[in-house]
Design a protein around this ligand. Sequence first.
Ligand SMILES: *Cc1c(COP(=O)(O)O)cnc(C)c1O
Length: 356
Amino acid sequence: MIYFTPGPSQIYPTVKKHILSAIKEEIPSISHRSERFHKIVRNIDIYLKSLLNIPDSFQIFFLSSATECMERIIENTVERHSFHFVNGAFSKRFYSIAKDLKKNSTIAEAEPGLGFNFGSINIPQQTELIAITQNETSSGVQLKPEDTYELRSRYKNALIALDITSSVPYINLNYKNLDCVFFSVQKGFGCPSGLGILMVNKRALKKSEMLEKKGINVGSYRKFSSMHSQSIKLQTVETPNILGLYIFEKVLKDMLTKGIDKIRQETDEKAEMLYKHFESKPGYELLVKSKNNQSKTVVVINTKKLSKNIIESLKLKGFHIGSGYGHAKDFQIRIANFPAHRVNDVISLIYNLKHV
Ligand SMILES: *Cc1c(COP(=O)(O)O)cnc(C)c1O
């Protein structure tokens, strides 16, 4: 089966080999205070920063999921006011978490399938954090990173948090314009789930420190100050997902070897094939009409037929595509286009789609 589901998804082709070598090297038994573990953490820092062109001043924290990253960001950087761009289930989750943590949060909302007209949206001046989902996985909408940078220069006191869970490593960002960026590894990196990556700059660390000094609750063992003092020692407070970190390290190295330019170019190529196929196919309609907002990594299609029928008949051919998210489940399909999906896999998927 080839998994075109938007996460968990197809594992990166080398993951099987890395799981076997992890067992051979007895990785699940090593101490998270050992030199062997430090080496994994050191390599992740070097490889990830080099693959995505992240400034060295960013700190990388290891959490359990992207959802946890949302909660930690709110806890650590917002005393009272956050602002959220909501256009689907994942951006809404970020907002709900802020509400659950009793923050005074406000939103700009767009219908699923649409982006935002950033210039026309007024964000309250007291906003401490602006939360944006760069690629909304529930609806297949991508936002232009430049619009995010623009917000940062308009709202100088606010930190910017960007969720790139379903667009990394494809999305090419200028990290100098961002404060907190996060993802989990079971989507674009094709790794086993259970590992979230949160990258924060000095501004974000300072904000958390300031709140902590002020006596605000910023959490316990995963407050930024605790994670920071451990991460500079290449350690974590708790016993982390060591196997997950090992596999992530290896996949990062494989991607560096392949080259990020090639990964991005292939992603563009596959996305174009997928959109082209559905654009002209009777019984199917692209959910995202504006070309600028069409995600390159998650393609979402409205279907006339019950999505279940399409999904089941493709499964018989060895392809597992996703259904719509939430209430859109029955009349939508979602197809992931991640680095683990080879150009030839997409060609075969399209060939088989022609016959369902
Ligand atoms: C999948 C996803 C999440 C949630 O990831 P978890 O690792 O399950 O917490 C958050 N944001 C986006 C955009 C996603 O696609």
